[in-house]
Every structure is written in structure tokens, then in C-alpha cells.
Ligand binder design. Structure first.
Ligand code: SF4
Length: 303
């Protein structure tokens, strides 16, 4: 049995993907054919003293023809721990999944638990391959290293409870389920459809999904959703968890919070992701309200 992954706090993002095998409607960073240079990465590793990296990029890292050359290079730079951000489609190949069994943590973008929704969100017919990728990881004893990332958009928010049921039934060994409210940037911003649901519309289903997973003992969080709209589900907030352990609420490369009068008066502000300008541009700030509550008094869920 492989050891359970420990939490890694400091890792360098290595953008090595140049393209993707899906075409997700909400993609924040669509591939542009480029990737980072090795000299740049080597210098960053040395400067930051990194021993862990996250393999990612504008696109899908497993499509990079030089993926294993990159890995060998990173190991030669002293990297000991690897996280892979993937959609799991390429992992349907058992030989590839086996070669990647040293990966410490698989961040699997899995936007649907049924073929129809998956097709709508990813504009692909690769749902069976993505499922097979997850199954291959399980067959290798790696399901506990999988973190399922489920980005909430107009096409899947009504299916959030169904997604939670599916995880509990079909992949309960997953180390983590991370719901993320989509951002209206990148490919989403140029879509002719409005892909961004309001918080108000999504919250009832999101809360049911979080409660279902909690009852099954499966760790889950919600990211990029203000604390004031989460109500009594604030303890599931990813950013609250970051604040509690002393990390910046938003990662250093994240877009800043919008400056709003409600947030300026709110006691939860230090621990809240706030709303982003791209959300406010579509739906405004009516749903947000200042809270008179000490963030330290919020009990975190399942951690
Ligand atoms: S009012 Fe602003 S700071 Fe307060 S919980 Fe809402 S979004 Fe967060």
C-alpha cells in the first residue's frame, strides 16, 4: 500500500503543457502552444529552494511529448515530490498510469459524473476515458492520492448533489473533493453563453453536495465562494482553511479580490476570498453582505 500523501505547502508550478485533449468551456488558461523554459525553472527551483513541483500549464500536462524528459530534468534539479494537474483522460492508458505511479498527488479536473454533462462542459466524448483513468489509478492503489476538482458552471450546478452521490458510490477513496466556483475569465469570458451561475442559484445544490460528502466522511471544500453566501457552510471554505493555517487567503498568482463597501465593513474579510471583478461584472454585488462574526469562531469542516 503506498503511503498516504502528506500536505505540501510550498511547491513550484511548472507549466509544461502546450495543448489539451479537452476543450472545457470554463478554461481559465487555454493553451497557447507555449510552455516554460527549463533554464527559467532551474533558476526558480534554486532561488526558492523548492523540493516539490506541480506539473500543470495552459493545457493538459500528459499531452506533452517530453513529459518524462521534464520529470527527469526536475529530478536532476533536486525535486522529490510531484503533483500532477490532469483531466485523467490520458491515464486511461494503463502503461502511462503505471509510469506515473510515483506522483504524490493527482489533481483531477472532473466536471461531471454523467456523459451528457461531461460532453457539454468539456465539448468532448472522452468521459469513458476519464473514468478509465480514475479506475487505473485505483487499480494501482493510488485512489487516495486523487483530489477531484469540480468546477461549478451553469452546465453542472444543478448536478452537484448527483456528483456527491457519484463520488460516495464510485470513488469514495478519493483523498479530497474540491468544488470551485468558476471564474468568468479566459475561454469562459469569450463564450456567447453566460456560463457563470449566480451564487444564489448554485448555493442550495452546493450545500446539499457538501452535506452528502460530509455524511459519508469524504473531505471536501468549496473554493472561490465568499463566506457571506455560504452561511452555515462557511466551515467548508478553502480560503478559510488557508487563513487558519497562516497562509495567504489567495495564492500569490491569483487575481485580487474586488474592493467593495460591504467587504470594507466585514469582520470576515481577512479570511474570505471575496468576490472577483469578473463575477461582479456579470451579476453585481447584491448577494454580498458584511458579517459581524470573528472568522476564528468558525469551525472548519472535516479537517
Ligand atoms: S462581505 Fe465581502 S468580505 Fe464579507 S463575507 Fe462577503 S465577500 Fe467576504
Amino acid at each position: 500500500m503506498p503511503p498516504k500523501p502528506e500536505v505540501i505547502r510550498r511547491q513550484l508550478s511548472v507549466h509544461l503543457a502546450r495543448t489539451c485533449n479537452l476543450y472545457c468551456e470554463y478554461c481559465q488558461a487555454p493553451p497557447d502552444g507555449g510552455c516554460q523554459g527549463r533554464a527559467e525553472i532551474k533558476a526558480a527551483i534554486k532561488k526558492g529552494g523548492y523540493t516539490a513541483v506541480s506539473l500543470e500549464g495552459g493545457g493538459e500536462p500528459t499531452t506533452a511529448p517530453d513529459l518524462f524528459e521534464w520529470i527527469a530534468f526536475l529530478k536532476s534539479c533536486g525535486i522529490k515530490s510531484f503533483m500532477l494537474s490532469t483531466n485523467a483522460v490520458a491515464l486511461a492508458d494503463p502503461a502511462l498510469a503505471r509510469r506515473l505511479r510515483f506522483i504524490h498527488s493527482f489533481i483531477v479536473n472532473f466536471p461531471a459524473c454523467d456523459e451528457r454533462t461531461y460532453k457539454k462542459v468539456t465539448r468532448s466524448v472522452k468521459f469513458p476515458l476519464a473514468l478509465k483513468g480514475l479506475e487505473n489509478l485505483r487499480a494501482l492503489g493510488l485512489a487516495g492520492r486523487v483530489r477531484l476538482f469540480h468546477i461549478i458552471s451553469a452546465h453542472n450546478y444543478t448536478r452537484l448533489p448527483a456528483f456527491a452521490d457519484w463520488v460516495a458510490k464510485s470513488y469514495p477513496e478519493a483523498g479530497f473533493v474540491n468544488f470551485i466556483f468558476m471564474r468568468n475569465v479566459g475561454r469562459a469570458a469569450s463564450s456567447r453563453e453566460n456560463l457563470l451561475p449566480t451564487y444564489t442559484r448554485a448555493m442550495p445544490r452546493l450545500k446539499i453536495a457538501l452535506a452528502k460528502l460530509k455524511l459519508k466522511g469524504i473531505k471536501c471544500v468549496i473554493q472561490n465562494t465568499p463566506l457571506c453566501v455560504l452561511g452555515s457552510f462557511r466551515g467548508f471554505s478553502f480560503e478559510l482553511q488557508r487563513w487558519r493555517r497562516g497562509d495567504p487567503v489567495l495564492p500569490h498568482n491569483a487575481a485580487p479580490k474586488a474592493k467593495l463597501p460591504a467587504c470594507a465593513k466585514c469582520r470576515l474579510e481577512p479570511a474570505c476570498c471575496g468576490a472577483r471583478p469578473d463575477y461582479l461584472a456579470v451579476h453585481g454585488s447584491r448577494e454580498l453582505s458584511a458579517q459581524d462574526l470573528d472568522p476564528a469562531s468558525i469551525k472548519p469542516e472535516a479537517f
